[in-house]
Design a protein around this ligand. Structure first.
Ligand code: OFO
Length: 162
């Protein structure tokens, strides 16, 4: 197979950085939940942060297997303080929508370059984003429905989601 084109290598490297940022953002959210009496939400975000590192490694391995070079760039500092758990899930939800857009943009580049192997690799991420947007949307609904009085129950319910 031909070596990966530079435009695609560049977009995958950008995504490697974005996935690492996602991991750090969710771990930062987990830590906030940990110190704010929400162990269930903390568990959810610690696990989700680990998942983002797995996403990052998928891109790393794919790029190196295609004759490119996966690069580890500096990662932006994630938000560390939050107003409340509703703000956290609103931000997480919005963040996943942005990731979906990035994946779709990469797909458009790969399609334009007729790089069908990359299109195929990205199909997994396209399906994953449908699941992730649905999951974060569900969590946000749970938090909103529970309100302040039932936050303990919402925290327990979110602990079981993955
Ligand atoms: Fe939460 O998504 Fe990665 O790709």
């Amino acid at each position: 197979m031909n070596k990966i084109k530079q435009s695609i290598e560049k977009s995958i490297n950008k995504q490697i950085n974005a996935e690492e940022f996602s991991a750090r953002l969710y771990k930062s959210m987990a830590s906030w939940c940990d110190v704010n009496g929400l162990p269930g939400c903390a568990k959810f975000f610690w696990a989700h942060g680990d998942e983002e590192m797995e996403h990052m490694m998928r891109f790393v391995k794919y790029l190196n297997n295609r004759g490119g070079h996966a690069l580890f760039d500096a990662v932006e500092k994630p938000q560390q303080e939050f107003k409340d758990i509703t703000e956290i899930f609103e931000l997480a939800n919005k963040h996943e929508e942005e990731v979906t857009k990035m994946i779709n943009d990469m797909y458009a580049i790969a399609e334009k370059e007729k790089d069908y192997a990359t299109c195929n690799m990205l199909q997994w991420f396209i399906a994953e984003q449908v699941e992730e947007e649905a999951l974060f949307g569900e969590c946000l609904d749970t938090i909103k429905c529970a309100g302040k009085t039932n936050i303990f129950l919402a925290d327990q319910a979110i602990a079981g989601k993955e």
